[in-house]
Write a protein that binds this ligand. Structure first.
Ligand code: ATP
Ligand code: ZN
Length: 724
């Protein structure tokens, strides 16, 4: 009897494929193989070896193993299999998510060595009309240690120019420069602060890697020095051969965080995020897989990497919604990190000033150990938050007179201000004051945002864009005006109000170019007076010591939303953005503009005790029977008509109802039409997670066998972040 292997492919199929293992070939789960598939060859991952072959089917034979070691070692394999079941996503796609793109495509698992180049000779024999070659030679000539090809290509030069210079013997290949070893740099060691008493006491409550699995919720108010605790912890407890994983919500926005880790650990720090190219990904992936003692700082998908000697996991800003993947395999990087620590028998530290209600709940249930850090590091005091009622106050670009006065005062003292607006662009809508027409997206049920800098109107949901007009497109009236606030408009008002002070805008539009965020941060870090205006981006993890005033232009967006997570997210954003004030030696002040200054949620915000607010919100969740007191999943459909989208969900509903699991819907989604797709949803809300999971498995099997109306897609979102 031949031995059979069960193999997963990188396809959205809820099934695996059986193949005969040829004589002499040894396979283990997690190993990459080449197999004949249809008329082609495909790359597969072994799931199981020695299965019973299904009767009556002639099986094909595995063509060969790609490596003689499993690309996904046992622990990673187990993690992903668990995730496939938990999130109800096809196993093949889950497993392949943990491979770098090059290996998914079937390339060999070997680092392609980047060639390094250096300029030689005088450059005088470059033909006068070969400007690009001359520019490349000059550029290389300034970098005496040599430069890797990837950097050269990224700087806008091409291989033909390199080749031309090489042929003229104007450049040569050199051996790569070794990354500087910061570990030993004495001046950097001297700059490391000693932990305060409060920090030390928090750090001492954390278990060491030798003590096995345990989960910690490090609740530390903004600016309390959580990052410093992570650094000390790793320095203290991580062995020379050990690997560690540090998850962060976004790397590109907070380059200082990575820089701080590099100051402590030098070349041991490697990064993982979406802006890496394929060969950088492969190189880092191989380091992790080969068990090199890296400290990997990465975004969500880093939780899936094939570590072989992982001894500590840290999840910074654990409440951040970007840990949840929004499409395809909808996993939570934070939750997988916790499960991974459990599989791996190592500690996991979840840090935040505004922990998710899920984590607070887990701490109350004693699943997580709660460690509190309730004072700011250094000499900084927590900011003082106050509400500014703007009912019947005239506003300029969304800003009230008292807010503008407050900005003026701190600028006069040589300090910096931060103004938070929750929408990019100039204004969220253009409206005709004669006929009432508002410009909508032709593809979505949304309005177009006016972007004045680019003279465009854009849809923030599907990227549709059209030129802005001076007149109403419907009645041609001139009374066609922007309504509401966006960052561009507030920036203009601030620039007019404070003509001698730089106003710096930070949003997705202003930071699109590579390195632009660094330029902005550099300007702020000079400490000279300036006004920062921006979106959520500014709320995240930045440390600007000279910002002493934060103004929130409008806090009311999340107060009356139908999404059960909206109040939690509103409070988190407001406290995080407030936390940017007064981090240095001078005290910080926060002004929150609102039309609902008597709203209980905003009132408690001013007291600033997040855990008390979380308690209150958890009570509401319990009363409303929402997560974390229930297990929730959403079936979503997208179709060419709403009728079809609802119809598919209608057939699911009775399946759920027979099990006693509560269903809400089916209903059209909040934005019912997006990019010309009609979207509907059915929410399942269960007391028992196991029961929910087996119901979902049953429904998926059923749907896979059924013929669905053409043009409808369905997907499952377990533990959804958005329920609109
Ligand atoms: N023990 C210490 N002594 C002096 N300064 C410190 C100490 N610990 C941290 N700091 C400084 O305090 C500031 C805030 O620290 P850190 O960024 O670690 O806080 P955090 O809790 O991670 O902040 P947040 O959650 O608000 O982003 C930083 O400038 C940091 O260098
Ligand atoms: Zn649109």
């Amino acid at each position: 009897m031949p031995l059979i292997a069960r193999i997963a492919l990188n396809r959205p199929l809820r099934r695996l494929f059986d193949y005969i293992i040829p004589e002499g070939l040894e396979l283990t789960p997690g190993q990459r193989v080449r197999i004949p598939f249809g008329r082609q060859q495909a790359t597969g991952l072994v799931v199981q070896v020695g299965v019973e072959p299904p009767p009556g089917i002639t099986l094909k034979v595995v063509a060969g193993a790609m490596e003689n070691w499993p690309a996904l070692p046992a622990e990673t394999f187990k993690l992903l299999s668990w995730a496939s079941d938990y999130y109800q996503h096809p196993l093949g796609e889950c497993l392949f998510t943990a491979l770098p793109p090059a290996l998914r495509r079937g390339r060999i698992a070997e680092e392609k060595k980047d060639q390094w180049w250096r300029a030689i000779d005088s450059g005088s024999t470059i033909p006068a009309n070969a400007h690009k070659q001359k520019a490349l030679w000059d550029w290389l000539n300034q970098r005496s240690n040599g430069t890797p090809t990837t950097d050269i290509l990224r700087a806008g030069f091409n291989r033909a120019q390199l080749k031309a210079l090489q042929e003229k013997q104007l450049i040569e290949v050199v051996s790569p420069a070794r990354p500087a070893d910061f570990n030993e740099a004495p001046e950097l060691l001297a700059r490391r602060p000693r932990l305060s008493e409060a920090q030390t006491s928090a750090a001492e409550q954390l278990a060491t890697p030798d003590e096995g699995f345990s989960a910690f919720l490090l609740y530390g108010i903004t600016g309390s020095g959580k990052t410093e605790i992570y650094l000390h912890y790793l320095k203290e407890h991580l062995g020379n051969q050990d690997q560690a994983l540090v998850l962060v919500p976004e790397i590109n926005l907070t380059p200082q965080t990575v820089a701080r880790f590099q100051h402590y650990f030098g070349a041991r720090i490697v990064v993982w995020h979406s802006a890496l190219n394929d060969s950088e990904r492969l190189t880092t992936w191989l380091k992790v897989r080969n068990g090199e003692p890296v400290i990997l700082v990465g975004t969500r998908s880093a939780a899936l990497l094939p570590f072989t000697n992982l001894r500590t996991i840290i999840v910074d800003e654990e409440h951040d919604s970007s840990y949840k993947q929004g499409e395809g395999f909808r996993y939570s990087g934070r939750d997988l990190a916790v499960y991974r620590a459990h599989l791996n028998k190592c500690p996991v530290i979840l840090g935040s000033a505004t922990p998710s209600l899920e984590s607070v709940h887990n701490a109350k249930q004693a699943k997580y150990h709660l460690v509190k850090l309730e004072e700011r590091a250094g000499n900084a005091a927590p900011p003082v938050i106050s509400l500014l009622d703007i009912r019947s106050r005239p506003l300029e670009g969304g800003l009230s007179r008292p807010a503008l006065n407050a900005i003026e005062q701190i600028l006069a003292k040589g300090e910096q201000a931060l103004v938070f607006v929750n929408r990019r662009g100039f204004a969220p809508v253009m409206m005709c004051f004669d006929c009432g027409h508002m410009v909508e997206c032709p593809r979505c049920d949304t309005r177009l945002t006016y972007h004045r800098r680019d003279r465009a109107m854009r849809c923030h949901h599907c990227d549709y864009q059209t030129a802005a007009t001076e007149q109403c497109p419907k009645c041609k009236s001139e009374a066609f005006k922007p309504v509401g606030q966006g960052t561009e408009r507030t920036e203009d008002i601030l620039a007019t109000a404070f003509p001698d002070t730089p106003v710096v805008r930070v949003d997705r539009d202003s930071t699109q170019r590579k390195g632009s965020i660094q330029g902005i941060l550099n300007q702020v870090n000079t400490g000279k007076p300036c006004v920062l205006v921006g979106t959520q981006m500014l709320a995240k993890g930045h440390d600007f010591p000279n910002v002493t005033l934060v103004v929130v232009v409008n806090a009311d967006g999340g107060l009356f939303s139908v999404d059960f997570r909206a109040p939690e997210q509103l409070i988190q954003t407001l406290l995080q953005v407030s936390g940017r004030a007064g981090r240095g030696t001078k005290p910080g002040k926060v002004l929150v503009q609102t039309c609902h200054s008597d709203h209980p949620l905003l009132k408690t915000l001013c007291e600033g005790h997040y855990l008390d607010i979380a308690d209150q919100l958890l009570k509401e969740r319990e009363e409303g029977q929402f997560p974390p007191f229930r297990a929730m999943a959403i079936f979503r459909t997208e179709g060419d008509t709403m009728e079809k989208s609802l119809q598919v969900l209608d057939t699911i509903k009775p399946l759920a109802n027979t099990t006693g699991i509560e269903t809400w819907g089916p209903l059209p989604a909040m934005i019912a039409r997006r990019a010309d797709k009609h979207r509907a949803q059915l929410i399942l809300n269960a007391r028992n997670r196991k029961k929910l999971n087996s119901l979902l498995t049953g429904i998926c099997q059923e749907l896979d066998q059924r013929k669905l109306p053409a043009g409808v897609k369905w997907m499952i979102d377990v533990d959804p972040q958005e329920t609109g």
